[in-house]
Write a protein that binds this ligand. Structure first.
Ligand code: AMP
Length: 209
């Protein structure tokens, strides 16, 4: 199954990508996480991407297309993959179509007001990338990553002002992808619920799993 998850920042698509990854036993690929790791490691990619990511804008298409083409041709993707955060523009979607055949696109729907509320509680681990929420997905010990014991942080781009920019970027550049994939007959959608498990059920239902 080659699957794309679409959804505004804060829609819960990262969490659902992880659930589906375990359920289908295929990797979840988060381009945002790949960029954050590159930025933390100070690689060439990280240096090019840093300002775009921190301001809430998009990293240029040519960089992202090269990155994903390399990733989806790795061995662990032979049975399929779940893309979380790619494509984010029509040119990225077109490049992906040329490289691999996508089976389905699942859009997770959520209102902007709910997003701003949810994002303020998000915390993540700067070391391993695990994500938490102060209300919905608490770590076992307050402020500490369950996986690696690092102190949790709020991502720089989860600050309220940057969240607003990211939402605008989503509506302008990424939401049009829904029409693009609907015309190809590949679009499914699920409405994001308060409880993570309820959203998971909706996602599985929308995908017929
Ligand atoms: P995410 O974790 O998916 O919300 O991504 C965090 C940030 O990484 C985004 O706000 C963008 O700046 C950048 N980014 C991630 N994926 C892409 C992409 N496919 N195209 C352009 N920029 C991206």
């Amino acid at each position: 199954m080659k699957l794309i998850l679409l959804g505004a920042p804060g829609s819960g698509k990262g969490t659902q990508a992880e659930h589906l990854s375990r359920r289908l036993d295929i990797p979840a690929i988060s381009t945002g996480q790949m960029l954050r790791e590159a930025i933390a490691a100070g690689t060439e990619l990280g240096k090019k991407a840093r300002l775009f990511v921190e301001s809430g804008g998009l990293v240029p298409d040519d960089i992202m297309i090269g990155l994903i083409q390399e990733r989806v041709t790795q061995n662990d993707c032979q049975k399929g993959f779940i893309l979380d955060g790619f494509p984010r523009t029509i040119p990225q979607a077109e490049a992906l179509d040329c490289a691999v055949g996508i089976d389905a696109v699942l859009s997770i729907e959520i209102a902007d007001e709910e997003i701003e509320r949810r994002m303020s509680g998000r915390r993540s681990c700067p070391k391993c990338g695990a994500s938490y929420h102060m209300e919905y997905r608490q770590p076992r010990q307050d402020g500490v990553c369950d996986n690696c014991g690092s102190a949790l942080e709020r991502r720089a781009d989860d600050e309220p002002e940057t969240v607003r920019v990211r939402l605008e970027t989503y509506h302008e550049n990424t939401a049009p992808l829904k029409g693009y994939y609907a015309r190809m007959g590949k679009l499914k959608s699920a409405v994001s619920q308060h409880a993570i498990e309820d959203t998971s059920q909706r996602c599985l239902g929308a995908l017929g799993l």
